[in-house]
Each structure stands twice: as C-alpha cells, then as structure tokens.
Design a protein. Structure first.
Lengths: 114, 115
C-alpha cells in the first residue's frame, strides 16, 4: 500500500529566507513522487516530479526536491521565499502499476511574511 | 491552467436539484479524472476514465454520475446531493500509455455548495 505524510500542516517563513516543506512516503515498489501547488481559488499546478531518474529534481519557480530512498523522504526546498509562494503545497505518490492513481498528502500551507 | 477548463466555477444548489459539472481538456490527453477536495482532507479520487472507458470508481455514492462522451470532455452529473458533498471538485487529465505514469494536469475546479 502507498501513503504519503506531510509533516507540517502549516509553515511560516519570512520573505527571502529558505523554505522547507517535508514529505515522507510509503510505497511497496519504486514510487513516482510529485509536488503540486494550489493558490487560493485555483487548481493544482505541478511544481516538479521524480520518476526514478536523478534524485535531485528541479522544478518551476526555483523549487527543488531530493528523493532519499533510505529516509523515504521527498522534501521540497527553495533557497529564498517570495511573497507569491504563499499557497498550499501537496506531496503526491504513485506507482507504475497503479494506472495513474495518485495518493495525495494532506497539504502544507505556506505563509510568507514581508 | 488553460489546458483544462471547468464550468461553472461556482455552484450553489439545493438538495433536490439536478446539476452538471463540465470539464474540457485541450491537451490531447486520453485519460480524465474527477477529484473531490474537502476542507482539511486530502484530495480524493472519484472517477478515472481512460480512452472514454471508466476504469476506476472509488466507492463514490450513486448521486454522483460521471459521463465521458469523448476523450476531451468529462461531466459529473449531480442529483439529490447532501450538504457534506459541498467541496471543490477538480478535473484532471493525462496521457496514459501502457501504464506509463504521465503528469496529471488540473483544472481550476468547481466550488460546490449544497444547501
């Protein structure tokens, strides 16, 4: 069975400081992992994805995530937060034999203070 | 975001009403999905259509009835809903090929309120 746990329901940072959103996963087979972002009253936008290639994945808007199999983690980072980064972030896991079925974490709300 | 469109964006309905949500994807994909996003809960997959055939029904109550007339359009017909069905309903699409995991692209959602 697969599952994903986002360790923080809310993270608050100051503009210009680093962002760390934590995600741990559980998967019986080699997983594919995604981070999506959802701004208020908007749909979900893909930030980045890991599909068994390079373990350090770079995404849009300066975000990146590192797949660590030994720690079953896929944390999302950004060196310097911007006000426009304030949104809800979702970590997602799936497997090749699941026919595209995505398992979503509960989300982490990121607040960015001026 | 313009690759997957959803209408209406907001909907208020009574428990005895019948309404439909519409989703259209302009990406040439062959798979489409309905998700439900309730407050404080993870996104829940409701239905999956692959090449217009329903391949997943995630134990969704029969008051939700999906329809996929072609690979570009997906509907969710609603009737006799309950207040707990109030949520954001998201549509997504992807290109599936022999189980290969392609990215799902989401629409902006329909915010539904059932009174």
């Amino acid at each position: 069975a697969q599952s994903v746990t986002q360790l923080d329901s809310h993270v608050s940072v100051s503009e210009g400081t680093p962002v760390l959103l934590r995600c741990n996963y559980s998967s019986s087979y080699s997983p594919s992992l995604f981070w999506y972002v959802q701004h208020p009253n908007k749909g979900l936008q893909l930030l980045l994805k890991y599909t068994s290639a390079a373990t350090l994945v770079k995404g849009i808007n300066g975000f990146e995530a590192e797949f660590k199999k030994s720690e079953t983690s896929f944390h999302l980072t950004k060196p310097s937060a911007h006000m426009s980064d304030a949104a809800e972030y979702f970590c997602v896991v799936t497997q090749r034999n699941q026919g595209g079925k995505l398992i979503f974490g509960q989300g982490t709300e990121l607040s960015v203070k001026p | 975001e313009t690759g997957v469109t959803q209408t209406p964006r907001h909907l208020v309905m009574g428990m005895t009403n019948k309404k439909s949500l519409k989703c259209e994807q302009h990406l040439g994909h062959n798979a489409m999905y309905w998700y439900k996003q309730s407050a404080k809960k993870p996104l829940e997959l409701m239905f999956v259509y692959n090449f217009k055939e329903q391949t997943e029904n995630n134990s969704v109550p029969s008051r939700f009835s999906p329809e996929c007339p072609n690979s570009s359009h997906l509907f969710l017909h609603l009737h006799t809903l309950q207040p707990e069905d109030s949520a954001l309903y998201l549509c997504a699409s992807s290109q599936e090929s022999q189980g290969a995991l392609e990215t799902q692209y989401f629409g902006p959602g329909t915010r539904l309120l059932v009174l």
